[in-house]
Design a protein around this ligand. Sequence first.
Ligand SMILES: [Zn+2]
Length: 219
Amino acid sequence: MLRRKPKEKERSKVPIPDELRAAIQEAFYIIKASKRDPDVQVNYGDAIQVLPWLIGGRVGSKKRPFEFTYHIGGERSNCWHLGLHSLDIEDIADGRMTELTLYCCRTPDCGHKTSDPEFLCNCDYENDPYFGHIEVADTVEALSRCGITGISETSTKAQIILALGPPKESGCDSYGDAFDHVPPWIKYERNHCQFHFQFDGSGRLRKLTIMEADWKPGI
Ligand SMILES: [Zn+2]
């Protein structure tokens, strides 16, 4: 499974390309029109479209309410992610603002740039077979990489609780057919990861999932 491994970005001042300025001018007209015309909406993620270069809307923070994806040269694969204040948009459209301070991916051929250092590009994810849903045969290896020993694929629920102590959470999955057997699970948080052990009816380990500590179902 892909695992988040953010790499350090280079913060630099980047000249605003002409095609981006032209697209932001169009966006500026759309935003201005939205103030007079209730039919022109800008308050959702892809409300403002200047195709094929710019897609965005007013969905961001108070400081930078407008968020845009800029496709370089109109290509889908190469893009920047920009958070802008309405005054920035006006200044770029007018030509007063000629450069943006952006966090630039250092991977050659990627070209991703963003105004938000928290925004990740594809290069910030790595495939990790010992992360996410773990093959039962990989249980020992996956856990030991996270600093947890003493548990194997043959461990029972009781043995795991004995080894790791009381779980942070436990329960039964409620989805699926109500008449199905409902497998019990226990969850732990250790070393910046969460560990979700699921068992069969006799308490034997059936499934192990390892996720980042801040991961929540449905994200
Ligand atoms: Zn990248």
